[in-house]
Write a protein that binds this ligand. Structure first.
Ligand SMILES: [Zn+2]
Length: 212
């Protein structure tokens, strides 16, 4: 091994540590409040994509979101982590947040056999969850529809395990999509709720307006 860092690496590390100094300065009082125990409001399953972040909906993710990330925001891949959030931390919300332009979703729709086996295993679950018969239109449209389709499937999978908690009003499972490319027409970065406890016709929720 060579003990040598590239200039680019040094620059990135410096940026990280400088940003951390700023963070410590501004957040010390906030962090002290929950330094011994966490009590998040939601278990959040989201994609690893570098363009999708909690900054799209909160300035204070600390102690608010117990976050599980994997490619394609999947339940099964990190079932234990999700169960930790729901059963141990008892978050009242379980959110699956998909996003448009999701590379994992795109791979799952095509031939991905050339990828390393460890990646194939993770995409296999996505390929199974996406109902391709429900996808219509050109490639871009099918891709965006598959993102929505996958979020709905993840909610369905989670409800198989958490349905009773939902029935007893201890948990609500929500499906959402972050629109990175404005393909849904609401603007770049718009988050839409598309599924609540397995229901996609949100007009049925008379006390939910939802259209921010
Ligand atoms: Zn993604």
């Amino acid at each position: 091994m060579e003990y040598f860092l590239t200039e680019q690496t040094i620059k990135i590390l410096k940026q990280i540590l400088q940003a951390n100094s700023d963070y410590m300065y501004h957040q010390e009082d906030n962090l002290k409040q929950f330094s011994k125990v966490q009590s998040p409001n939601a278990t959040l399953v989201m994609c690893c994509d570098s363009r999708a972040h909690t900054t799209s909906f909160t300035c204070n993710p600390e102690n608010n979101f117990f976050i599980v990330r994997n490619i394609g925001n999947q339940y099964i891949l990190n079932q234990g982590c999700v169960e930790f959030g729901v059963h141990v931390l008892k978050t009242p919300l379980l959110i699956f947040l998909g996003h448009t332009q999701c590379g994992a979703i795109k791979e799952s729709m095509n031939n991905y056999s050339h990828l390393p086996s460890s990646i194939i295993r993770e995409i296999d679950h996505l390929a199974l969850s996406i109902k391709k018969s429900e996808l219509h239109g050109d490639c871009e449209h099918k891709w965006a529809s598959a993102v929505v389709n996958n979020v709905n499937q993840q909610v369905e999978l989670a409800l198989k395990d958490f349905g009773l908690l939902c029935l007893n009003k201890k948990l609500i499972v929500i499906g959402m999509v972050l629109d990175l490319d404005n393909s849904m027409g609401g603007g770049y970065g718009k988050i839409s709720v598309i599924n609540i406890n397995g229901e996609t016709d949100l007009a049925k929720f008379t006390n939910y307006e939802g259209h921010a």
